[in-house]
Design a protein around this ligand. Sequence first.
Ligand code: SAH
Length: 391
Amino acid sequence: MKVQLQRSGENARNPLIHEKEIKEQNYPKTWLRFTDAKENFLSWGYLGQQNKGAGWLVLTAQQQPDALFFENLLATSLHKRKSLFKNLSTTNAFRLFNGVGDGLGGVTVDYYDGYLVFSWYNETIAALKEEVLQGFLTAYTAFCGTPALGVVEKFRYSTSKIESQVLQGAVPESLLIVENDVHYRVYLDEGLMTGIFLDQRHVRNLLKEKLAQDKTVLNTFSYTGAFSVASKVGGAKATTSVDLAKRSLKKTQEQFAANDLPLTDEKIYVMDIFDFFKYAQKKKLTYDIVVLDPPSFARNKKKTFSVAKNYGELVTASQTLIQKGILVCSTNAANVNLKQFKKMIEDSLVQAKRKFHFGETFRLPEDFSTVKELPEENYLKVCLVYLEEQR
Ligand code: SAH
């Protein structure tokens, strides 16, 4: 079927299809041939419900994508990650295929010690998955010399009724992985999240290798405590993890146990972060390092939080808990670019009359490939902020 996109000129080769570019809704869940406004052939692609945009062009496909096309696509992306496969004893969890950054929007594949986790971000690519799986698994087996131990799939679009299921093989309930010599327990088939965000690998390693030695670390929005554990392995004096979710207590204890670390100097609070800030201010608690990595959006009984509107409040509150030290400011909010993010941090610190300077900035690691046409896909922004002695 042929579909005309209302686009021309400069934007012609943007792989993301926007709603406003298509005339009608309800296209079939099949591969489609797209043309521009002047009926010139653009590319093969697909349309369907996804959280942002209306579908993807697969710009490198000369003909309708088939299993062989997908096999070559994954073979190329595996080849790019060759160096990661050379160090599996140090790090055995990373991204193998990153959607549009590797030539097929709407699909990611993560590697967890021989197991694969596929994520489908669009209902149509999920409906067309047989050939994608066939091609990808063939390429994987050829590259690794052995088939995947097991395959899990996640459905990350709002019309999906299920979040996660095992597709192939015997997938253990939990799995111990290693990342830069730190162990993490992950749950591959438990909802949408596995227990670790693989895109923060370099930031965890920075804490472990450079920042945390002999320091006290406050990890806010700590989830399973991955930043706390990496800090502790790196010689942190004491860590404090704070997360609202009840599951975080057990999951964080488990991550310390995975590294044979006693919990003697580690505190884990199941608490709203804004309540924790009040508690810490009252008790005059201070830290050398505070990690601020909230979700892009969150809603609880008391308030809604969004990075775009409220990140500054987090900076304002957390700087009161640092005499002299480092704020690790992190966000995955695609709607806030690096410049805007730094401005929010700067404005809050100026307002609080703090002397500070920005250090290194981290973006997505190399296995999370992106394309220049879609800067918002390069969503991760992590800024080190050095705070001078508070007077
Ligand atoms: N920084 C973590 C990932 C954070 S995921 C890591 O790198 O592993 C976001 C976490 O924020 C979730 O675990 C969620 O439970 C928690 N959260 C959301 N709103 C919160 C709030 N108001 N106070 C504390 N934690 C909150």
